[in-house]
Design a protein around this ligand. Structure first.
Ligand code: PLP
Length: 365
């Protein structure tokens, strides 16, 4: 049998949230609610949607390999220089690109655990060795916790803030203390996929400012979450131009499709959609927290658009029961969070339906 390379032989493939149509087919359901992949329950910015429709006339052409228009628009939006930006096929694509560019066989790469599982998988794909640092009580971590695992083989350290799947965040002071101590020949990846939800939280780090004093950092952000463009696959990195130039050597030239580039330009101009999304997320997060309190379930304080809740039961069973009743969430059994469910904060109606169904399921178990 032809087998995957040695570093991948024990790897588990990524476990994505199941698609709505699949669950309808499998369970004969007419209505299914997906609260599994932290997408925006309000959908897509209307301006971005119009941009995609306009782009349809141009899809026989290859996309701009340098994403010129988007680069200009995003650098103005972020108040940075165009050469500080690198674009990817989602931040997933950038995680892969970072591993492809900077990791070789035998190198080590440190990450909190549990965290976003694609760090580990891509490190393994590059032939390097993932080094897991467990979260305290499986809930929170400080980047400082990573320092003790550094060896002379360490090339890349992953920080996920807020962390997925737990939803908690670390603070500016913790990040500063870590950056002061970490050697500057190690690349630090700060994954801020949920930045727009978290940046208003007290003490959330201003990583963008930090870039001015550190040349070994890349911040990852995405258009998949608050901007509602998960289906188009577009994310970006903000970094020192020297790191961006290294990444360019391994980047597939047409990695970001033309509709994605044009939709992203429109999405950053739609501040009204972002504000509405934030407001709705805040209200429905409160609703879910109150419902969990009332049910006597503990949950991890979240700075994101999802909550990890401890069901006190076998997470796989609860997950499967919810699935058969039309609610797709993520079970802690695939996330390294035994007993927990990770639930995306949906619309009010979706959250109410989820709570009602969860109560029914837990009553029966
Ligand atoms: C922490 C984190 N990083 C990266 C990603 C990947 O996002 P994208 O859709 O930009 O590839 C996700 C998606 O859920 C995430 O939670």
């Amino acid at each position: 049998m032809i087998r995957a390379k040695k570093s991948l032989q024990d790897a588990a493939p990524y476990a994505p949230g199941r698609p709505i149509e699949e669950i309808k087919r499998n369970f004969g359901l007419s209505a299914v609610t997906k609260l599994a992949s932290n997408e925006n329950p309000l959908g897509t910015s209307p301006l971005a949607r119009e941009a995609v429709l306009r782009a349809a006339d141009k899809i026989f052409l290859y996309p701009d390999p340098d994403a010129f228009e988007l680069r200009q628009a995003l650098s103005a939006h972020l108040k940075t220089s165009p050469e500080n930006l690198v674009f990817g096929t989602g931040s997933d694509g950038l995680i892969e690109l970072i591993c492809k560019t900077f990791l070789s066989e035998g190198d080590e790469s440190i990450m909190p655990h549990p965290s976003f599982s694609l760090y580990e998988l891509n490190v393994q794909s590059a032939g390097a060795v993932p080094v897991r640092v467990p979260l305290t009580d499986n809930k929170y971590y400080s980047p400082v916790d990573m320092l003790a695992s550094i060896t002379d083989k360490t090339r890349v350290i992953w920080l996920c803030n807020p962390n997925n799947p737990t939803g908690g965040m670390y603070t500016q002071a913790e990040q500063d203390a870590f950056l002061k101590a970490v050697p500057d020949d190690i690349l630090v990846v700060i994954d801020e996929a949920y930045y727009e939800y978290a940046c208003g939280e007290k003490d959330y780090p201003n990583s963008f400012e930090t870039l001015k004093n550190h040349k070994n950092i890349i911040i990852l952000r995405t258009f998949s979450k608050i901007y509602g463009l998960a289906g188009l696959r577009i994310g970006y990195g903000i970094t020192h131009p020297a790191i961006a130039a290294e990444l360019e050597k391994a980047r597939p030239p047409f990695n970001v499709c033309l509709p994605a580039q044009e939709a992203a330009v429109a999405a950053i101009s739609d501040s009204d959609f972002v504000s509405r999304s934030l407001k709705e997320n805040k209200e429905n997060k409160k609703y879910l927290e109150a419902a969990f309190d009332e049910m006597g379930l503990s949950y991890i304080k979240s700075a994101t658009n999802f909550i990890a809740v401890d069901t006190g039961k076998d997470a796989k069973t609860v997950y499967e029961q919810l699935l058969s009743r039309g609610y797709i969430v993520k079970g802690g059994h695939v996330l390294g969070l035994p007993g927990y469910l990770r639930v995306t904060i949906g619309t009010k109606e979706e959250c109410e339906g989820f709570v009602k169904t969860l109560k029914e399921v837990l009553k029966e178990l």
